[in-house]
Design a protein around this ligand. Structure first.
Ligand code: NAD
Ligand code: DAU
Length: 341
C-alpha cells in the first residue's frame, strides 16, 4: 500500500510516518510537505535512507504541485495532516494562510484524489470544530459544528468540503476529530512543549486568563494508532472522535511539568487571555472504541513523564527550532501580553 501523508514533517504527521514505517514492513509513504516553520526534516532523520519513505516538498494548495505528486506516485490512500495548526497565530498574525492551506488546500487534494481514483481520503480534523462546552457533557460526532477562532473555522470548513466530496462525488472519505496532542517533536508554541522549554531555561510560564480552561490530553502515539485503525477499518463517510478522557485544567498540566523538572511554581505568570478562548473541551470517543476496538495505551502521567524526558534528551532539536524566527514570534505574542495583575 502506498500512502500519501501530507504535513508529514510536522508534529503529528512525523509521528504517524514513524508509526507506519515501524509497524508495516511493506508500506510505502510519500510525504508531501511544504516545510513551513512547523515542518522539520530533523523529525525524520532516522528514515532519510529508507527506500519506503519519499519526501516531496510541495504545497497542498498548489494544483500543479499536487497533480505532479499524484501523477508520479500511484497513491492508494491520502492522510491529510497538512495545516496551519496554531490558534494564536490565526488570531494574532491573521487567517489568510489558514484559509489557503486548511480550506483551499483540502479542496485541491480532494479533487486530485477523485481524479486519480484514490481508494480512501482520511481528513485529520480536530475537536475544536465543536466549539466550547459548559460545565457538563462532552462532544459526540453529532455535536453541531460551532468553531470560535479562525483556525477552528477553517478546520470546520474543511470537514464540510470533505463530507461534500463523499456525498457528491463518491470519494471514500473519513474524518477523525482528535483532542489535544502532546509528545515528542511538538513545536514549542503549543502549551506543553512551550512550558517545558521555558521551565528548562528558568523563564516565566505564561498562563492565559485564570488557567482553568480544560483540554482533553492525548499522547501523540495513541492518536497515530487511532488514525491507523480508522484508515483501515473506518466506515466510509463517517466521523470518528478520538480522545483519552484526561480532561484537566491548564494549571494542573503546568504545575505537573514544574514538578517533573523540579522548578518553583513562582515561575507561573498569568497573562492576558486568548480572545474567544474556548473554556472546555471533552471528547466522547465511544464510537471508535466500540466500533473499531481502539483504546489509548499510555496513561497521562507516564506519557507526560516520557515527553519531558524526550525534551531533556533533545536539547539540540529544541535549540534548532527555537532559533531565528521563533524568537520574534515569541516577542510578538508574549512581549505585548504582559502579566495580569
Ligand atoms: P504542525 O503545525 O506541527 O504541522 C503541520 C505540518 O503541515 C508542517 O509540517 C507544515 O510544514 C505542513 N504544512 C503546512 N501547510 C502546508 C501546505 N500548504 N502544504 C503542505 N504542507 C503544509 O501540526 P500538528 O500539530 O502536527 O497537526 C497536524 C494536523 O492534526 C493538523 O491538521 C491539525 O489541525 C490536526 N490536529 C492537531 C492536534 C494537536 O493537538 N496538535 C489535535 C487534533 C488535530
Ligand atoms: O484540541 C485540539 C487542538 O489542540 C488542535 O486542533 C490544535 O491544532 C492545537 O494547537 C491545540 O489547540 P489549543 O489551542 O487547545 O492548544 P494550545 O497548546 O495552543 O493551548 C492549550 C491550552 O493552553 C489553551 O487553553 C490555551 C492555553 N495556553 C496556551 C499557550 C500556548 C496558555 O495558557 N499559555 C500558552 O502560552
Amino acid at each position: 500500500m502506498r500512502v500519501l501523508v501530507t504535513g508529514g514533517a510536522g508534529f503529528i504527521g512525523s509521528n504517524f510516518v514513524r508509526h507506519m514505517l515501524t509497524t508495516y514492513p511493506e508500506i510505502e509513504i510519500v510525504n508531501m510537505d511544504v516545510l513551513t516553520y512547523a515542518g522539520n526534516l530533523e523529525n525524520l532523520t532516522v528514515f532519510e535512507d529508507d527506500e519506503r519513505h519519499t519526501l516531496v516538498r510541495a504545497n497542498i494548495a498548489s494544483e500543479e504541485e499536487v497533480e505532479q505528486v499524484f501523477r508520479t506516485h500511484a497513491i492508494d490512500v491520502v492522510v491529510n495532516f497538512a495545516a496551519e495548526s496554531h490558534v494564536d497565530r490565526s488570531l494574532h498574525i491573521g487567517a489568510e494562510a489558514f484559509i489557503r492551506t486548511n480550506v483551499m488546500g483540502v479542496q485541491v487534494l480532494l479533487d486530485a484524489a477523485r481524479v486519480h481514483g484514490v481508494g480512501r481520503f482520511v481528513q485529520i480534523s480536530t475537536d475544536e470544530v465543536y466549539g466550547s462546552l459548559g460545565a457538563e457533557g462532552s462532544f459526540t460526532e453529532e455535536t453541531p459544528l460551532a468553531p470560535n477562532n479562525p483556525y477552528a473555522a477553517t478546520k470546520a470548513g474543511a470537514d464540510l468540503l470533505v463530507r461534500a466530496a463523499g456525498k457528491s462525488h463518491g470519494v471514500d472519505v473519513v474524518i477523525t476529530r482528535c483532542s489535544n496532542n502532546f509528545g515528542p517533536y511538538q513545536f514549542p508554541e503549543k502549551l506543553i512543549p512551550l512550558m517545558i522549554a521555558n521551565a528548562l531555561e528558568h523563564k516565566s510560564l505564561p498562563v492565559y486568563g485564570d488557567g482553568m480552561n480544560v483540554r482533553d490530553w492525548i499522547y501523540v502515539q495513541d492518536h497515530c494508532s487511532a488514525i491507523d485503525v480508522v484508515m483501515r477499518k473506518g466506515r466510509s463517510g463517517e466521523v470518528y472522535n478520538i480522545g483519552s478522557d484526561h480532561d484537566v485544567p491548564n494549571m494542573e498540566i503546568v504545575t505537573q511539568i514544574l514538578g517533573l523538572l523540579d522548578r518553583p511554581e513562582s515561575l507561573i505568570t498569568f497573562v492576558e487571555d486568548r480572545p474567544g478562548h474556548d473554556r472546555r473541551y471533552a471528547m466522547d470517543s465511544a464510537k471508535i472504541r466500540s466500533e473499531l476496538g481502539w483504546t489509548p495505551s499510555l496513561n497521562f502521567d507516564e506519557a507526560l513523564k516520557a515527553t519531558v524526558q524526550w525534551y531533556l534528551e533533545h536539547e539540540e532539536w529544541l535549540e534548532h527550532v527555537r532559533s531565528g524566527a521563533y524568537q520574534s514570534y515569541y516577542e510578538m505574542l508574549y512581549g505585548a501580553r504582559g502579566p495580569v495583575v
